[in-house]
Ligand binder design. Sequence first.
Ligand SMILES: [Zn+2]
Length: 274
Amino acid sequence: MKKTILLAMLFAAAIGVASAQEPRLEDLHDQTILVFTPHPDDDVFGAGGTIALLNRNHNKVYIVIYTNDDKGSYDLEMDSQRLARIRKAEEEVSEGLLGTPTENISWMGYDDGMLEYAPQPKLVEEATAIIRRVRPDVLLSVDPGEWYERWHKTDHRMAAFNTVDAVRAAEFWLYFPNQRLEQGLQPYRVPVMYFFYPSPQEANYWVNIDSVFDLKVEAATKQVSQFDPAVEKYRPDWEPAALAGVKEEFKKQHPMKDGHYVEAFRRATGFIQY
Ligand SMILES: [Zn+2]
């Protein structure tokens, strides 16, 4: 009997199933939440509803963006510096609608599409310092994702792997010991992580975002330059008809579960869990 219970517990831990006592992510209050995102839109598209719920519950939400997203435009008149400025402004408006203050958004400043070619020790050291400084109760990050993201979105892969490597490093002070010796950053163990953009086979946690769904759609469509027609030929605003069409499409394509709008996550309780 005992063995059966032990096995069940081990199994639950291995697949990251929340125990009955643990509060749901969307019910957390007054906690510190740290979100790592490869680009300044994945946090909104992948977890915007959850972020809105967390902000509504007076949690402190910090967003860290790996890249400045300065390449993804087909507009031949566009340049990288301008695009980075546009994407930054859009992200601030977008996250602001979800309740995240601008001062809680930080930019690691890597070039779009180049994260995989950045010096890896530096990349993981920087993310480790952020984790040790913010000391989150909950960490959200991107997963390598579904097939499309996994194979064609270099920054998603790298941000996913780098964040988990930093979670591991943050626990053991001998990784980057100067962070403790010179900056007073103590080691930190992240208690729980939720990865957005999980593959369907690996998703194990769903947050009902019905109550903030319209807000999420509004926030997502503030990222004007990510959508047609502005991604083809930049314009700072929408034609009303185009906006209505995009919102409709967004709603149609948004993941649903049991008749509710949901955001899917892979929940894990440590870097060795999966
Ligand atoms: Zn992205």
